[in-house]
Ligand binder design. Sequence first.
Ligand code: ZN
Length: 179
Amino acid sequence: MPERGPGAPRGGHPGEPRFIVDTMLGDLARWLRLLGYDTYYSSRLDDWEILRRAEREGRIIVTMDRGLASRARRRGLRVVRIASFGAAERLAELALHVPVRLEADPSRSRCPECGGPLRPVRDKEKLRGRVPPAALEAYSVFYVCERCGRVYWEGSHWANIRRVLREAREMLARAQRGG
Ligand SMILES: [Zn+2]
């Protein structure tokens, strides 16, 4: 049986890059899931486990650790070493090496916390008691994580998400021009 750990859900998009993100980059892991990428992350992964999973599951390693990056390269694994800080900077740095969509599309997002697939909720009344009443009143699009059950909605934070992604696209364009 194929293992179905966090970040390896059913319903992935074939042909898309899959990632395994080291323990120092939990924020980047959440961003990749938000963008819809199959991303394995755990705060308790050791280097050996990262290498083993990357090899077995065909995942690209994303790390800040030079030592891990060079061990991965010696084994012929794909690895991107991140050196920058800040969400937009890190996304741009990753996108320089791996083609990732820096576009927000909530309908293809994964659960940022566990990587599970999100299912749209047609009848938001079913969420009464699970969502703050003000959010239930104010918003119309809700999603439930099929794995961990968390509920998400397209609220005001999406403006912030879109702003960070716009910054990342601008940084990427500058870096690609060599500036
Ligand atoms: Zn979840």
